[in-house]
Write a protein that binds this ligand. Structure first.
Ligand code: C5P
Length: 215
């Protein structure tokens, strides 16, 4: 069963009557826009310029999910394209591009009661969040989930390719200078290998309830 941050976050948001936003969507949406505009992932100056003049809007998607409109356009169906998949970590490591994305995510958090998923939410985007949870899983387990997801969408991609790309992306995310992937000091770490989706959600829901009682 899938216990990725997106499935966990979505179910949790539903139980809390919050909305859910997976921040990978904003980086993927921007990457799609940059590629569509013909920009190269190595052209930082043009990418920064594009990020600064792009307008993001957050609108209700399916269920409790918030989705992004980029300059008024919904490109959510393009976000798993191989080209986006290969380029997103390269674009996401540009500090000025991140600054724009982080500002948008903070704006969104001001406007909604929110479960937000992403690699730098507890450390950078919302260090003042009421509850921070850091989910871990082995790269093999995550590749297996991602592969199953892609197969379900009709992509005929070998497991080894998914695994290799994920390892490369992890390397970029962990070693980048700005907002590298790491748990916040005050985050609660949950290892999801071998846990069901329901078990992970139950655990976080209980934590959220006890935080509410503390306030
Ligand atoms: O979570 P998802 O796989 O959709 O994220 C795609 C990419 O977006 C990540 O590999 C990372 O490079 C970037 N990202 C990020 N910070 C976030 C969310 C995503 O840098 N908070």
């Amino acid at each position: 069963m899938a216990v990725g941050k997106s499935s966990v976050g979505l179910l949790l948001a539903e139980r809390l009557s919050f909305q859910f936003f997976d921040t990978g969507v904003i980086y993927r949406t921007f990457t799609w826009k940059a590629l569509d505009a013909g920009l190269s992932t190595s052209d930082s100056a043009a990418l920064i310029q594009l990020a600064r003049r792009t307008e993001f809007r957050f609108v209700p998607g399916s269920g409790s999910r918030l989705t992004v409109l980029i300059d008024g356009e919904d490109v959510s169906r393009q976000l798993s394209a191989q080209q986006v998949e290969r380029s997103v970590a390269l674009i996401a490591k540009i500090p000025e591009v991140r600054e724009c994305m982080v500002a948008e995510q903070r704006r969104m958090a001001m406007d909604h009661r929110l479960v937000m998923a992403g690699r730098d939410i507890g450390t950078v985007v919302l260090p003042w969040a009421d509850l921070k949870v850091f989910l871990t899983a082995t790269v093999q387990e995550r590749a297996r989930r991602r592969h199953a997801e892609l197969v379900q969408r009709g992509a005929g991609i070998p497991f080894e390719t998914v695994l290799a790309e994920l390892e490369q992306r992890d390397h970029n995310d962990i070693t980048r200078a700005v907002s590298p992937l790491k748990a916040a000091a005050d985050a609660i770490v949950i290892d999801t290998d071998g846990l069901s989706l329901g078990a992970v959600v139950d655990r976080i829901f209980a934590l959220a309830q006890s935080r509410r009682q503390d306030c």
